[in-house]
Design a protein around this ligand. Sequence first.
Ligand code: SF4
Length: 176
Amino acid sequence: MDKILISACLMGRPVRYDGKGKLLNHPTIERWRAEGRLVEFCPEQAGGMPTPRPPAEIEQGASGDDVLQGRARVLEITGGDVTAAFVAGGQKAVEIALQNQCRYALLIDGSPSCGSGFIYDGSFSGTRHPGFGVTAALLKRAGVAVFSDHEIDVLDAETVSRPERQKPPNCSGGFT
Ligand code: SF4
């Protein structure tokens, strides 16, 4: 069965900026886990960010694609420029997804890395706008279909209805 790259914080791993997880108890996720289909990954940790860390947002209402094209930065609330770490973490997410034959990713929404439905606008005021985070944008460019944590049922239907891709040689990878 197709594997799914999943935000590690959704599995309860304490990797978020505040040092906490964001466990999502959902019977479909539990079934996927039992089937050995989940590859847990945190791009911000993989990019070298410490935990806990200051919250960060993509500046000026831009999106992950803008960051990848050099038109915007990812900035911490303290002013630190963490663009390079976010891009490095996203690139590692792509590597892990491809090594593990993940056609799909289930990523938590709102994150400047993992967001796929909305992200925050860089003002640290809680203002949302539609857009992708850096990792979600990179995965999408690599051909991985990205779903948010609000789309579990949609993703489940997608993976059930589509035939599995022919598998390349197996590789290791996973939670960092
Ligand atoms: Fe969760 Fe993604 Fe943020 Fe890591 S980068 S804490 S996986 S939302």
